[in-house]
Design a protein. Structure first.
Length: 391
């Protein structure tokens, strides 16, 4: 992933800890892989501790990174627990090690609730723990503070998250903002896009407006509000959904209930190489998420890199950081189909207000190169500072 072969050594050993790692893929996993491979250029060694799908341990090399997949004694994704986790972490407990813990993970947090290790510790705080009822509230109250207190630095992906997360407030003096990244070279407007193919599949003419969503059909994604918004829009508005997930059946049921089947087109999967052609076919991209489980929304930056205006919701997270209301798109309240519909209509009916070049320029601020530089600065800071907690 890291093209520059030069080594700028700032430390001895980087150890990244995450629930999953490539080839298992997702937003957090892309970040974990980027950091682990960047570690090859900044440290003498880069190791990943992750969890196997099975109750067996595997070690392998992936792009130069030493990957240790611990046996998974308990698995209920996204939670994975291993009986060997503590032993594995302690095996790297030296003053010269820099650990990166991708949060939330569960086992990492539980480990630090009663244990510690030598070395410098960085938490990459991807999102708050939300939507878990009373168990989640207790976790945030009893476990998370003890974990964060033992970290030397905490990385968040937007200033919005830093300012609004209740869990982070006691630790603001050690929080660094490092926004996520998109492959700006890969994502750009494609003249040879999928618009004609999409219009033919839905049986629509050139007057059609295409609303695009790409991502997981998950609990906090708010796809039911997007479907309800479509019902409030004129007949020439259509939704293209790319993805799958546990909420798929509920989305299909709502689409049927509102008699919108002919106006909703879904693709299970689109090859990564083709994604820019789908983004470029859309009039607007919408991420209708409903709570702080959506901490950033990287697909929004990918859409913006293709010059497409976007609609996001105000959650106090990165969803209203990359998207500048009235410039790159609109930011609306969550759980509000009327506001969603109005924002979509405004963008589609007043396209001249949203300059593709301006939108693209904003996306360029979230390049992988800028991410690498900011991560390097955090590592440099943590290596030069003393550890906050001794083993």
């Amino acid at each position: 992933m890291i093209a520059d072969g030069r080594k700028e050594r700032i430390g001895n050993h980087l150890v990244s800890v995450n629930k999953m790692y490539y080839p298992e893929i997702g937003g957090v996993e892309v970040v974990a892989q980027r950091i682990a491979e960047l570690g090859l250029h900044l440290f003498d060694k880069s190791t990943v501790i992750t969890f196997n799908k099975e109750n067996s341990m595997v070690e392998q090399e992936i792009n130069g990174v030493h990957v240790i997949r611990l046996n998974t004694a308990y698995r209920n994704d996204p939670i994975r627990l291993s009986s060997n986790f503590g032993r594995a972490i302690r095996s790297f407990s030296t003053p010269d090690t820099v650990f990166v813990f991708h949060f939330p993970s569960v086992q990492s947090e539980l480990f630090f609730a009663h244990s510690n290790v030598k070395g410098k510790k960085v938490c990459f705080y991807h999102s708050d723990v939300v939507g878990r009822g009373s168990a989640g509230s207790l976790y945030n109250k009893l476990v998370v503070p003890r974990f964060l207190a033992k970290m030397d630095r905490i990385i968040v992906t937007s200033p919005n998250m830093k300012q609004s997360s209740a869990c982070l407030q006691p630790f603001l003096d050690k929080v660094d903002v490092v926004p996520l990244f998109a492959d700006i070279k890969h994502f750009h407007y494609q003249e040879d896009n999928k618009r004609r193919e999409i219009l033919e599949r839905i049986g629509a003419g050139d007057e059609a407006k295409i609303i695009l969503y790409i991502g997981r059909f998950g609990r906090y994604k708010g796809l039911d509000y997007l479907i309800k918004a479509l019902a409030l829009l004129p007949e020439n508005y259509y939704i293209v959904l790319v993805g799958d997930g546990p909420e798929r059946a509920a989305v299909e049921e709502l689409t049927h209930e509102l008699k919108l089947e002919r106006r909703v087109l879904r693709f299970d999967h689109v090859p990564y190489s083709d994604l820019p052609r789908y983004y470029s076919a859309a009039d607007v991209f919408v991420l209708p998420s409903i709570d702080r489980g959506e901490a950033f929304g990287l697909v929004v930056v990918e859409a913006m890199a293709c010059g497409v205006p976007v609609v996001t919701t105000e959650l106090g997270t990165g969803t209203s950081f990359h998207n500048i209301d009235g410039v790159t798109g609109r930011v609306v309240p969550p759980r509000d189909e009327k506001s969603l519909a109005n924002a979509i209509a405004e963008i589609c009916e007043h396209e001249y207000k949203y300059d593709p070049q301006v939108i693209r320029k904003r996306a360029e601020e979230f390049s992988a190169e800028r991410f690498d530089q900011r991560i390097k600065e955090v590592f440099g800071k943590v290596v030069s500072e003393g550890s906050v907690a001794k083993s």
